[in-house]
Write a protein that binds this ligand. Sequence first.
Ligand code: APR
Length: 245
Amino acid sequence: MLEDRLDTVRAWVREARHIAVLTGAGVSAESGVPTFRDAQTGYWAQFRAEDMATEAGFRSHPERVWNWYQHRRQLMDGVQPNAGHRALAQFQAAHPGRLTLITQNVDGLHQRVGSTGVLCLHGDLFADRWLDAPRDCCQLGEAVAGSPPTCRHCGNQVRPGVVWFGEMLPLAVFEAAERATQDCELMLVVGTAGAVYPAAGLAHLARSAGARVVVLNPNPSELDGTADAVLRGTSASLLPGLLAG
Ligand code: APR
C-alpha cells in the first residue's frame, strides 16, 4: 500500500512544475532536535508554551526564558542535518526554481545543508533582537552580557528573534510563502502537527488553489484530512526516495 502511494506521489513530483514544501519540527527530529508536541519528548510536554513562547512569559521570567533559548542554541552545536534536509537541498540544486521551501523551524538546518531561499515563518533561533522598540542607544553589539543581555544605557532587554505565540509572522516572508503556495502544483507537508496558524493554513490555501497536497508524517496530523495522500513515515526515510532523480 505505502509503496503504491509512494509511486503515485513520485509521479506527482515529476509532473509538478512548482512544488512548495512546508516543514515543521518533525523534519529535524531525526537529527536529535526535540519537537514541540510529542507526548513524551516534545518541549510542550515539559513546559507551558505560554511561559516559554510568549512575550508575556518573557516579561515575567526573562532569565528563565532567555536561558531556555540559550540551551536550545547550544543543543544545535552537536546536531547535524539529516537525509530529509539533504534531499530537499539536493532537489533544489538539481531543479533550480522548482521547489520553494517554507519552514516553521528556527534551527537553521535546511540552510546549513544548502537549501536556498528558505522562507522562515517563525524566525531564527540564532538571531537577537530588542524586546522593546530600540532607541538610538540600543546597539546589539554593545549589549551588556547577562541573561538576557541588556542595553547599558536604557536597560532594554535582548530577546531571541523567533516568532512567539500571539505575534505577527514576518510579513514579507509570509506573503512570499502565500505566493509560492498559490503558484504550486504540489505541496508536501512534512513533519508538522498542523496545529499552528497561519502556517498550517498554507496547506488549505494550496488545496483551494488547486494543488495536490501530500502529508508526510509517521503520526496522524491535523492536516491529514486536507491531503490528497498521506505517507506514514519519517522525513529522512521518505524524502530521499520521493525527490530522487
Ligand atoms: N519525520 C516526520 N515527521 C515527524 C518525525 C519524523 N522523523 N518525528 C515526528 N514527526 C511529526 C510528529 O508526528 C508531529 O506531527 O512532526 C510533527 C511535529 O509537530 P510539532 O511538535 O507540533 O511541531 P510543529 O508542527 O513544527 O509546530 C509548529 O508550534 O510551538 C510552535 O513555533 C513552534 O514552529 C512551531 C509550531
